[in-house]
Structures are given as structure tokens and as C-alpha cells.
Design a binder for this molecule. Structure first.
Ligand SMILES: [Zn+2]
Length: 166
């Protein structure tokens, strides 16, 4: 296992659209293990997407189970994920390991249904809400080359500089 280097805004790699995974093999699972270790080593650490470490494939990991008092599905490895239903809207604060100096308020769907494959190539679907739904939407944006900065309603009122990432 290894901790991978995180691309930081404005690295142009963060704007690339990632390609679908075709082979669910040991190389993929090894990469996912490294990606997860990188996520857990980072501050915040509730999600990460492959393009953040310069691998432009449709893989993201979300695990919000460390947050108190929220509904969640534990560790989610999302390969070739697709959000097939959206419901409601909520504004909330987001941060990103690729944008370490800022947080921002972003409007996301309150509830989503996402279909995906796990690292073994098994198809799953989950209904997520609240903070977990937000984290999934944030990570899936990375697969489209989007950052939360692209979704701010107003940079003047919805972008905040942070002193320490925690
Ligand atoms: Zn991010």
C-alpha cells in the first residue's frame, strides 16, 4: 500500500473527465487500496476520487461513518457510479483535499440513488441522504472534472478561506 500524491487546484488534471473501468482485476484492487489509504491519511478524509491522484478512471471512495449522528452505508467503493435519482435540495459546506485553502457552500440534492460496481465487479445500488449524499455527489463530480468551486452560487458570499484543514 502507498499514500498517493494529491493533485491541487488549479492542476489541469482536476478538469479531466475520467474513463469507465473495464477490468476488475488485482491491479484495480491494489490501486483502490492505495486510494483508500490516501483518503484515510488526509485531513477530513470522508471521500476521494481517482482523478485527484492523477488516475483518470471512474473510481471514488466515500466513508462518512466517522461523522456522528448521521445515516450512512459505511465504506463505499464506487466504480463506474451513476446517480439515477435525485430528490430535494440542500445547501451545505464542503471541503476538498484538492482545494486545501478553502471551503464553500454548495447546493446538492438531499437524497440520491446511486448505482455502482464494487471492486469485485458486483453491481449495487444505495439510497443515500444528507451528508453521505453530499459526499457522493462531490466525489462523482471529480469524475466529470468538476470541483465544488465550479458549483458555488457566488464566490463572494459562498467561498471561505480556512486557516487549518481539520
Ligand atoms: Zn474533492
Amino acid at each position: 500500500m502507498a499514500i498517493l500524491e494529491i493533485l491541487k487546484y488549479p492542476d489541469p488534471g482536476l478538469e479531466r473527465v475520467s474513463a469507465a473501468v473495464e477490468n476488475f482485476d488485482d491491479a484495480l484492487r491494489g490501486f483502490i487500496a492505495d486510494l483508500e489509504e490516501t483518503m484515510r491519511a488526509g485531513p477530513g478524509g470522508v471521500g476521494i476520487a481517482a482523478p485527484q491522484v492523477g488516475r483518470f478512471i471512474r473510481v471514488a471512495i466515500v466513508d462518512v461513518s466517522g461523522k456522528p449522528k448521521i445515516e450512512h452505508h459505511g465504506r463505499l467503493v464506487l466504480v463506474n457510479p451513476e446517480i439515477i435519482a435525485y430528490d430535494g435540495f440542500a445547501k451545505g459546506r464542503e471541503g476538498c483535499m484538492s482545494v486545501p485553502d478553502y471551503t464553500g457552500n454548495v447546493i446538492r440534492a438531499e437524497r440520491i440513488t446511486v448505482e455502482y460496481f464494487n471492486e469485485l465487479g458486483e453491481k449495487h445500488s444505495v439510497e443515500a441522504s444528507g451528508f453521505e449524499a453530499r459526499a457522493i455527489q462531490h466525489e462523482l463530480d471529480h469524475l466529470e472534472g468538476l470541483l465544488f468551486l465550479d458549483r458555488l452560487v457566488s464566490r463572494r458570499s459562498d467561498l471561505f478561506r480556512r486557516k487549518v484543514y481539520k
